[in-house]
Design a protein around this ligand. Sequence first.
Ligand code: MN
Ligand code: MN
Ligand code: ZN
Length: 299
Amino acid sequence: MVRTVIDAQTSARYNLKAMILGVHVSGSGKIYQALDIAHKLKCQTMQIFSRNPLQWRATPLSPEDIEEFKLRRKKFKIDPVFIHISYLINLASPNPRLYQGSIRAYVEDIQEADKLKADFIVTHMGSHKETSEEAGIERLTQALNKILEKTKDSRVGILLENTSGSGSWLGYKFVHQKEIIAGLKEKARVGLCLDTAHAYLAGYDIAAKEGLDKLLAEIDSLIGLKRLKLIHLNDAYGKLASHYDRHDHIGKGAIGLEGMRRIINHPKLKNIPMILETPKDNEKSDALNLALVRKLSKN
Ligand code: MN
Ligand code: MN
Ligand code: ZN
């Protein structure tokens, strides 16, 4: 197992002939059954929730389930594995109880990811709850410092995901991520996840070629594209800069077919793992969206 060091080029680890494509699997049942679903969909990668996203208390995984997860993952060659953290966690919360509880839950999630030998955990940036962006960024930075310190022997990378900027969520512009990473004592395990729907809804016009190039140039100059380890490949439901967080099927939303094709084949993005978080209207939805992405991909 290769140690996850965010600065190491992702491309060195993966087969570059094909895209590294997967879906968010939100199955119930045993955790290893998520791998069966990803495999059946011919995915190279996948994302799962760390625990029930709507509950604080998670039942710990049994050693048998963890072993089975590792076995099936190897067999199906699902690499890397991403774990998305609960929406209840808010590392920028002004409420001391919620803040401390979030840090505790986050540390537990990293420990669980370690046991599963997952590669990265993905987290939305916190919400400052109408205090101020500055105060929220400070709390989030200190929370991450504490988490990194408490998990310093972990191999699991932490990916900060951009948001659509609804409510008082941080991370709708990449200067937030820049400031947070700048305030970390230990940066090697921290990287970025780019959600294409969130970016569009936050006001980056990535449906157009210039807008996409501008966003990538912004990320590169503020943070460095080498920290970008995951694309959440979603079309956007709604208008540019509408700030709602609503995802659409590939090609059906405001980014559209041509926009998605440009993102999928962009030379700076095509070797980065892509995970679909598109709507699951019925049991065919994932297969249809994946098929379309593969068709749009020029390899
Ligand atoms: Mn997310
Ligand atoms: Mn996302
Ligand atoms: Zn979203």
